[in-house]
Design a protein around this ligand. Structure first.
Ligand code: BEZ
Length: 276
């Protein structure tokens, strides 16, 4: 069994929820319709973060458990929603969480998280195997995450910013914290764990970034691009890389009518079923 490396907790619940990415928990109509919560459902929410979406689902189901690898996010979850179960779990090794993988859940749900959790090829199948083992026979895995090409312009601009600061392009690429698979690649991974693929779709969702304090495209890069920026040894070098990325993006993402900034999110949604 591959051991996941210790990872730094890059998540700031304050920035994630309020300033940089409030849309993560709000652009969820379709995936919630696919989840189709029922009063008898017991649900495991993988990569729940600070729990705003878990809390929206909770009143409609028997039980929901939020799990996330970030202690900071789970601390905020517990403060905001003390009545909902939540805990810190390294979801890369979900198949080792003996009390979660007992075949007791009706649904395993995840929104905007699997592209982080499945980043490392060595542990990718451990997560999906863990989802499989957590479910009852006939149970459903319902996910929405980034697809191939997701936030491609920002991803490219960050890599370009690092290269201007002397980082070899291969090293910059390897530092990417995300796995954005094609529909086919995700289907192969999920079916490889024993699931039957029920349905899947890829959708462009253009997303306007908030320009609140610390927000906008610069805030996005500093929060989500932190694992890239860690390659650079000084604050000056990081600032220069971020400035380069923002300058490059200026001409592709800035809306002329109101000055807001748009990023091309591409979502991959799917439902898969554990055989009866
Ligand atoms: C996403 O939800 O697709 C996403 C969020 C942050 C960084 C990368 C992707």
């Amino acid at each position: 069994m591959a051991q996941a490396q210790e990872k730094k907790d890059i998540w700031s619940a304050d920035l994630y929820g309020e300033k940089v990415a409030p849309f993560v928990a709000t652009s969820t109509e379709t995936i919630l319709a696919w989840l189709d919560p029922k009063p008898t459902d017991e649900i495991l929410d993988i990569g729940s973060g600070e729990g705003p979406l878990t809390a929206r689902i909770a009143p409609h189901v028997k039980r929901i458990v939020g799990i996330d690898g970030s202690p900071n996010m789970i601390e905020h979850f517990k403060n905001s929603y003390p009545h909902i179960e939540s805990r810190v779990v390294d979801c890369r090794l979900l198949d080792q969480e003996s009390d979660l993988i007992t075949g007791g859940f009706d649904k395993v749900f995840s929104n905007a998280a699997l592209h982080w959790i499945l980043r490392d090829p060595e542990t990718r199948s451990n997560t999906i195997k863990g989802c499989f083992e957590a479910l009852k026979p006939g149970g459903l895995l319902i996910n929405e995450s980034g697809a191939l090409g997701n936030v491609a312009e920002v991803h490219s601009a960050i890599i370009s910013g690092l290269v201007t600061q002397g980082i070899p392009v291969e090293k910059a690429r390897e530092a990417s914290p995300w796995w954005f698979p094609s529909h086919q690649a995700m289907k192969g991974l999920v079916e490889g764990a024993g699931f039957n693929w029920v349905k899947g779709e890829v959708q462009l969702r253009q997303t306007t970034l908030t320009e609140n304090e610390k927000g906008g495209v610069e805030g996005w890069i500093r929060l989500f691009g932190e694992p890239f920026l860690e390659l650079l040894p000084t604050t000056e070098a990081r600032d220069a890389a971020v400035k380069h990325a923002v300058d490059v993006l200026e001409s592709v993402g800035r809306q002329q009518h109101d000055g807001s900034f748009t990023v091309n999110y591409i979502r991959l949604r799917f439902v898969a079923q554990k055989p009866e």
